[in-house]
Design a protein around this ligand. Structure first.
Ligand code: PMT
Length: 411
C-alpha cells in the first residue's frame, strides 16, 4: 500500500459516515489518498472531515463555482490519471447507473472514465436489499463487471431503516483487505465475475425429537473456503449452510438452515437465477420419519427409528438445469477408489465432482486441509495434492473457470 495513490469515491448513503475511518486506515499504511465526493455523499459526511484525514482537498465538481476563475483546466482528467486504484464506497444505485452509462457529471464519474487501463476499480454497493436485487441495479453491476470492475456484494445485518437484511457496506477493514489484494494482482477477467453462485456447506441436522438429532462431522470449512474464493473472483455468492461455527466470509450472502428439507427450500429460490451450484454440504441422506414432539423418554432398552430418504438438493438442481448453468458436487468416500464418485457424477448429471476421502487427518470432514480429485463429465481426472482448504477451493474454481471457457458459457 505504501506510496500507492488511491481515490476513495463516496456516494450518498448512510455508510458514508464510516469513510473517514477508511481514509485514515489507508493513510496509516502509507497510501496517498484523495477523496471524490458526490453531492449525495456530502449530505452524509463532511468535506472538512475528509480533507482533514486525507490532508488533501476534497474533489467534488468538474467546474469551479461561477465566481471563481478556472486555474486548472485539466483536473477532471489528472485525478484519474494519478490513481493506482479507485475504491467507491458506499456506491449507491444512482452512481452505479451513472458509471454503467458512462456519464461524467462530477469528479467521481470523471475519475472512473480517466483511470488508466488495468488499474483496479473496487465498488462496494450499500443500499436497501430489495433495491440492490432489483433488475436495474443488477444489470448495471453486470455491465460494470464486464468492464473488469470488482463489485462486492453488500453484507447482511442491521440496516439504517431498522430492518435486518442485505444492504450494509463492508467494514473499512474489509475494504482495505480487498484493496490490498487487488493491488497485489492485476485485475484479470475471471469467467466467474458477476456470476450468481450458490454454495451449500456444512452438515444438516435431522430431528429425532425436540432435543436430539442425526447429523455428521462436517465443519463447513470446505464450503466456506469456496464461497470466499468465489467472491474474490468477483462472483455474487450465496452460501446456504447448515449449523457451523464459522464467520461469514466478507461479501457473501449467508442463509442459515438446519435440515435437508430447509436447505432444499432455500436452494430452490436460486435454481433459476444462479449460473453455478456447488454442493459442498454433507446433507444427511435420511431423516426420522416422524420426529417426536418434546423429549423422548428412555423407558425401554431399545427403540426403533424409521428413517425416510431426504430429497437430493444437488440432483434436483442438476436434473433441471439449463445449458448455461453448471452443477458441481463433492463425494466423500471411505476408500480411495473413484468408482462411487463417478457413479454420483453420472446419476446426478454433474459437470464435475470433487472426490475426497475421509481419514480425519489430512482430508474430508473437519480438518483444515483436503485432498481432492476432480472428475469431469468427460471422465478426465485431475489429482490435487494435500492443500489447505482455502487453496483447494481456489484450484476447484480454476477447474470450473476452465469448464466455462470449454463449454463457451457467456465469458
Ligand atoms: O465441511 P468440512 O468439514 O470442511 O468437510 C467437507 C466435506 C467433506 C463435507 C466436503 O468436502 C464434501 O465432501 N461434501 C459432500 C459430502 C458427501 O458425501 O456428499 P454425498 O456423497 O452424500 O453427496 C454427493 C453430492 O450431492 C454432494 O455434493 C452433496 O452436497 C450433494 N447432496 C447429497 C445428498 C442430498 N440429499 N443432497 C445433496 O445436495
Amino acid at each position: 500500500m505504501r506510496g500507492k495513490n488511491i481515490i476513495i469515491g463516496i456516494c450518498g448513503g448512510i455508510a458514508a459516515y464510516k469513510t473517514p475511518q477508511l481514509v485514515r486506515a489507508l493513510k496509516k499504511e502509507g497510501a496517498n489518498v484523495r477523496v471524490a465526493l458526490t453531492d449525495g455523499g456530502a449530505r452524509f459526511v463532511s468535506e472538512l472531515a475528509l480533507a482533514t484525514v486525507s490532508q488533501e482537498p476534497v474533489y467534488r465538481k468538474i467546474f469551479p463555482p461561477a465566481d471563481t476563475p478556472e486555474t486548472d483546466y485539466t483536473h477532471h482528467i489528472s485525478l484519474g490519471e494519478w490513481a493506482d486504484a479507485l475504491v467507491i464506497a458506499p456506491a449507491t444505485a444512482n452512481t452505479l447507473a451513472r458509471l454503467a452509462a458512462g456519464l461524467c457529471d462530477d469528479m467521481l464519474t470523471a475519475c472512473f472514465l480517466t483511470l488508466r487501463p488495468g488499474k483496479p476499480v473496487l465498488i462496494f454497493p450499500a443500499m436497501d436489499g430489495q433495491m440492490f436485487l432489483s433488475a436495474s441495479v443488477q444489470r448495471n453491476i453486470a455491465l460494470l463487471q464486464e468492464q473488469g470492475c470488482l463489485v462486492f456484494r453488500p453484507e447482511s445485518g442491521e440496516l439504517a431503516s431498522g430492518q435486518c437484511g442485505l444492504g450494509r457496506m463492508a467494514e473499512p477493514d474489509t475494504i482495505k483487505s480487498r484493496l490490498e489484494e487487488a493491488l497485489q494482482k492485476p485485475t484479470e477477467h475471471s469467467p466467474l465475475q458477476g456470476k450468481t453462485i450458490v454454495v451449500t456447506a456444512g452438515p444438516t441436522r435431522e430431528k429425532i425429537d425436540g432435543v436430539r438429532y442425526i447429523s455428521n462431522y462436517s465443519s463447513g470449512k470446505m464450503g466456506f473456503a469456496i464461497a470466499r474464493a468465489a467472491v474474490e473472483r468477483g462472483a455474487l455468492v450465496t452460501l446456504i449452510t447448515g449449523p457451523v461455527n464459522l464467520e461469514t466470509p466478507p461479501g457473501v450472502e449467508r442463509i442459515n438452515v438446519e435440515s435437508a428439507t430447509e436447505m432444499l427450500a432455500a436452494a430452490r429460490n436460486f435454481f433459476q437465477s444462479c449460473t453455478l451450484f456447488i454442493g459442498a454440504a454433507a446433507v444427511a441422506d435420511y431423516r426420522p420419519a416422524l420426529p417426536f414432539e418434546g423429549k423422548m423418554k428412555k423407558n425401554s432398552s431399545e427403540i426403533e427409528l424409521t428413517l425416510v430418504k431426504n430429497p437430493d438438493i444437488l440432483a434436483e438442481f442438476s436434473l433441471q438445469k439449463s445449458s448455461n448453468q453448471l452443477a458441481i458436487g463433492f463425494a466423500l468416500e471411505m476408500q480411495s477408489d473413484l468408482v462411487n464418485a463417478q457413479k454420483k457424477l453420472e446419476a446426478k448429471q454433474l459437470d464435475l465432482i470433487a472426490f475426497n476421502f475421509f481419514d480425519r487427518k489430512t482430508a474430508g470432514f473437519e480438518v483444515d486441509t483436503n485432498i481432492l480429485t476432480l472428475i469431469e463429465e468427460s471422465g478426465a481426472t485431475t489429482e490435487l495434492p494435500q492443500l489447505p482448504k482455502e487453496e483447494a477451493a481456489k484450484r476447484l474454481l480454476d477447474a470450473i473457470e476452465e469448464l466455462y471457457v470449454n463449454k463457451g458459457i457467456n465469458c
